[in-house]
Design a protein around this ligand. Structure first.
Ligand code: MD6
Ligand code: FE
Length: 198
Protein backbone atom coordinates (compact mmCIF):
# COMPACT_ATOMS: atom_id res chain seq x y z
CA UNK A 1 0.00 0.00 0.00
CA UNK A 2 1.20 3.48 -0.93
CA UNK A 3 2.71 5.29 2.07
CA UNK A 4 2.69 2.25 4.35
CA UNK A 5 6.05 1.19 5.65
CA UNK A 6 6.43 -1.82 7.88
CA UNK A 7 9.61 -2.42 9.89
CA UNK A 8 9.25 -5.85 11.52
CA UNK A 9 11.40 -6.31 14.66
CA UNK A 10 12.67 -2.72 14.45
CA UNK A 11 13.32 -2.94 18.21
CA UNK A 12 15.02 -6.07 19.55
CA UNK A 13 14.06 -7.49 22.95
CA UNK A 14 16.60 -5.43 24.96
CA UNK A 15 15.46 -2.25 23.19
CA UNK A 16 11.81 -3.13 23.92
CA UNK A 17 12.66 -3.66 27.59
CA UNK A 18 14.59 -0.37 27.74
CA UNK A 19 11.68 1.49 26.14
CA UNK A 20 9.19 -0.01 28.57
CA UNK A 21 11.46 0.88 31.52
CA UNK A 22 11.66 4.41 30.13
CA UNK A 23 7.86 4.60 29.93
CA UNK A 24 7.09 3.16 33.38
CA UNK A 25 7.59 6.36 35.45
CA UNK A 26 5.82 8.43 32.80
CA UNK A 27 2.78 6.13 32.92
CA UNK A 28 2.89 6.32 36.70
CA UNK A 29 2.66 10.12 36.45
CA UNK A 30 -0.03 9.99 33.73
CA UNK A 31 -1.98 6.80 34.46
CA UNK A 32 -4.04 4.94 31.89
CA UNK A 33 -7.64 6.14 31.70
CA UNK A 34 -10.55 4.65 29.82
CA UNK A 35 -11.96 7.01 27.18
CA UNK A 36 -15.67 6.98 26.31
CA UNK A 37 -17.40 7.35 22.95
CA UNK A 38 -18.76 10.73 21.88
CA UNK A 39 -22.54 11.05 22.45
CA UNK A 40 -23.16 7.49 23.73
CA UNK A 41 -20.56 7.52 26.50
CA UNK A 42 -19.81 3.85 25.81
CA UNK A 43 -16.41 2.99 27.33
CA UNK A 44 -13.54 1.95 25.05
CA UNK A 45 -12.11 -1.51 25.67
CA UNK A 46 -8.65 0.04 25.21
CA UNK A 47 -7.13 2.16 28.00
CA UNK A 48 -5.06 5.18 27.03
CA UNK A 49 -2.62 7.81 28.15
CA UNK A 50 -0.38 10.27 26.29
CA UNK A 51 3.05 11.87 26.21
CA UNK A 52 3.98 15.21 24.70
CA UNK A 53 2.54 18.73 24.55
CA UNK A 54 -0.80 17.35 23.36
CA UNK A 55 -2.72 14.17 24.04
CA UNK A 56 -5.69 12.51 22.36
CA UNK A 57 -8.75 12.04 24.57
CA UNK A 58 -12.44 11.24 24.11
CA UNK A 59 -15.52 11.48 26.28
CA UNK A 60 -19.30 11.64 25.99
CA UNK A 61 -19.63 15.41 26.10
CA UNK A 62 -16.39 16.64 24.52
CA UNK A 63 -15.89 13.99 21.81
CA UNK A 64 -12.57 13.20 20.16
CA UNK A 65 -9.95 15.90 20.66
CA UNK A 66 -6.39 16.78 21.58
CA UNK A 67 -5.72 18.58 24.84
CA UNK A 68 -2.69 19.59 26.87
CA UNK A 69 -3.78 17.93 30.12
CA UNK A 70 -4.67 14.48 31.46
CA UNK A 71 -8.47 14.20 31.81
CA UNK A 72 -8.28 12.65 35.30
CA UNK A 73 -5.24 14.22 36.98
CA UNK A 74 -5.53 17.61 35.22
CA UNK A 75 -1.73 17.62 34.86
CA UNK A 76 0.25 18.32 31.68
CA UNK A 77 1.27 15.12 29.86
CA UNK A 78 4.87 13.95 30.48
CA UNK A 79 7.37 14.76 27.72
CA UNK A 80 8.02 12.31 24.89
CA UNK A 81 11.30 10.50 25.74
CA UNK A 82 14.32 11.23 23.52
CA UNK A 83 14.49 7.59 22.40
CA UNK A 84 11.03 7.94 20.84
CA UNK A 85 11.89 11.29 19.23
CA UNK A 86 14.98 9.63 17.75
CA UNK A 87 12.89 6.75 16.42
CA UNK A 88 10.48 9.25 14.81
CA UNK A 89 13.45 11.04 13.25
CA UNK A 90 14.75 7.78 11.82
CA UNK A 91 11.54 6.53 10.21
CA UNK A 92 9.07 9.40 9.69
CA UNK A 93 10.95 11.38 7.01
CA UNK A 94 9.12 14.50 8.12
CA UNK A 95 10.63 17.86 9.13
CA UNK A 96 8.55 18.45 12.29
CA UNK A 97 8.74 16.48 15.55
CA UNK A 98 5.67 14.69 16.93
CA UNK A 99 3.46 16.68 19.32
CA UNK A 100 1.56 13.72 20.70
CA UNK A 101 2.38 10.15 21.57
CA UNK A 102 -0.80 8.21 22.28
CA UNK A 103 -0.20 5.14 24.43
CA UNK A 104 -2.84 2.41 24.01
CA UNK A 105 -3.10 -0.48 26.47
CA UNK A 106 -4.89 -3.64 25.40
CA UNK A 107 -5.65 -5.98 28.28
CA UNK A 108 -7.87 -9.09 28.01
CA UNK A 109 -10.13 -8.92 24.98
CA UNK A 110 -9.53 -5.23 24.16
CA UNK A 111 -9.73 -4.25 20.49
CA UNK A 112 -10.11 -1.15 18.36
CA UNK A 113 -12.74 -0.71 15.68
CA UNK A 114 -11.98 0.46 12.14
CA UNK A 115 -11.30 4.20 12.12
CA UNK A 116 -9.36 6.90 10.31
CA UNK A 117 -7.10 9.18 12.36
CA UNK A 118 -8.66 12.51 11.42
CA UNK A 119 -8.39 14.76 14.48
CA UNK A 120 -5.05 16.26 13.38
CA UNK A 121 -4.93 19.55 11.45
CA UNK A 122 -1.67 18.43 9.83
CA UNK A 123 -2.95 15.98 7.22
CA UNK A 124 0.47 15.37 5.63
CA UNK A 125 2.53 14.22 8.58
CA UNK A 126 2.81 10.45 8.97
CA UNK A 127 1.78 8.51 12.06
CA UNK A 128 4.46 6.24 13.50
CA UNK A 129 3.26 3.20 15.45
CA UNK A 130 5.32 1.00 17.77
CA UNK A 131 3.97 -2.28 19.11
CA UNK A 132 5.07 -3.80 22.43
CA UNK A 133 3.95 -7.00 24.13
CA UNK A 134 1.32 -9.39 22.78
CA UNK A 135 0.93 -9.65 19.00
CA UNK A 136 -2.16 -8.16 17.39
CA UNK A 137 -4.07 -8.47 14.16
CA UNK A 138 -4.04 -5.02 12.51
CA UNK A 139 -6.68 -4.56 9.80
CA UNK A 140 -6.09 -2.09 6.99
CA UNK A 141 -8.69 -0.95 4.50
CA UNK A 142 -8.96 1.91 2.06
CA UNK A 143 -10.09 5.50 2.10
CA UNK A 144 -13.76 4.55 2.47
CA UNK A 145 -15.49 2.31 4.95
CA UNK A 146 -16.73 -1.02 3.61
CA UNK A 147 -14.06 -1.63 0.97
CA UNK A 148 -11.66 -4.59 0.91
CA UNK A 149 -9.27 -4.96 3.82
CA UNK A 150 -6.07 -6.83 4.50
CA UNK A 151 -4.57 -7.81 7.80
CA UNK A 152 -1.09 -7.62 9.20
CA UNK A 153 0.16 -9.29 12.35
CA UNK A 154 1.97 -6.77 14.55
CA UNK A 155 4.41 -8.24 17.05
CA UNK A 156 6.46 -6.74 19.85
CA UNK A 157 9.12 -4.41 18.45
CA UNK A 158 7.41 -3.89 15.09
CA UNK A 159 7.14 -0.35 13.74
CA UNK A 160 4.56 0.78 11.19
CA UNK A 161 4.58 4.16 9.45
CA UNK A 162 1.35 5.35 7.86
CA UNK A 163 2.18 8.22 5.53
CA UNK A 164 0.92 9.60 2.23
CA UNK A 165 -2.35 7.99 1.11
CA UNK A 166 -2.01 5.29 3.81
CA UNK A 167 -2.29 8.04 6.44
CA UNK A 168 -5.99 8.33 5.63
CA UNK A 169 -7.10 4.72 5.38
CA UNK A 170 -9.41 2.83 7.71
CA UNK A 171 -7.57 0.64 10.19
CA UNK A 172 -8.15 -1.09 13.50
CA UNK A 173 -7.11 -3.88 15.82
CA UNK A 174 -9.28 -6.99 15.39
CA UNK A 175 -7.77 -8.84 18.32
CA UNK A 176 -4.76 -9.29 20.50
CA UNK A 177 -3.17 -12.73 20.80
CA UNK A 178 -3.25 -13.11 24.55
CA UNK A 179 -0.11 -14.66 26.05
CA UNK A 180 1.98 -14.33 22.87
CA UNK A 181 4.61 -12.16 24.61
CA UNK A 182 6.11 -11.90 28.09
CA UNK A 183 7.16 -8.25 27.72
CA UNK A 184 4.33 -6.31 29.38
CA UNK A 185 3.94 -6.91 33.14
CA UNK A 186 0.41 -8.21 33.71
CA UNK A 187 0.16 -9.20 30.04
CA UNK A 188 -1.38 -7.56 27.01
CA UNK A 189 -0.24 -5.13 24.37
CA UNK A 190 0.95 -1.53 24.40
CA UNK A 191 0.90 0.50 21.21
CA UNK A 192 2.50 3.91 20.86
CA UNK A 193 1.44 6.22 18.04
CA UNK A 194 3.32 9.45 17.48
CA UNK A 195 1.54 12.24 15.65
CA UNK A 196 2.00 15.82 14.50
CA UNK A 197 -1.27 17.49 15.46
CA UNK A 198 -0.64 20.78 13.62
C1 MD6 B 1 -2.93 0.12 17.52
N1 MD6 B 1 -3.13 1.87 15.94
O1 MD6 B 1 -2.04 -0.38 16.86
C2 MD6 B 1 -3.83 1.15 16.94
N2 MD6 B 1 -3.38 4.79 13.91
O2 MD6 B 1 -3.15 -0.21 18.68
C3 MD6 B 1 -3.70 2.89 15.29
O3 MD6 B 1 -4.85 3.24 15.47
C4 MD6 B 1 -2.89 3.62 14.31
O4 MD6 B 1 -1.19 1.97 14.18
C5 MD6 B 1 -2.71 5.51 13.00
C6 MD6 B 1 -1.53 5.09 12.48
C7 MD6 B 1 -1.00 3.89 12.87
C8 MD6 B 1 -1.68 3.13 13.80
FE1 FE C 1 -5.43 4.94 14.36
Amino acid sequence: MNGLSFHPAYLDRPAQEALLANLAPLIKAAPFFRPTMPKTGKPFSVEMTNLGPLGWVSDKDGGYRYQATHPVTGQAWPAIPQALLDLWQAVAHYPLPPQACLVNLYRDGAKMGLHVDADERDRDAPVVSISLGDSAIFRLGGATRGGPTTSLKLSSGDVVVLGGPARHVYHGIDRVLSGSSTLVPGGGRINLTMRVVG
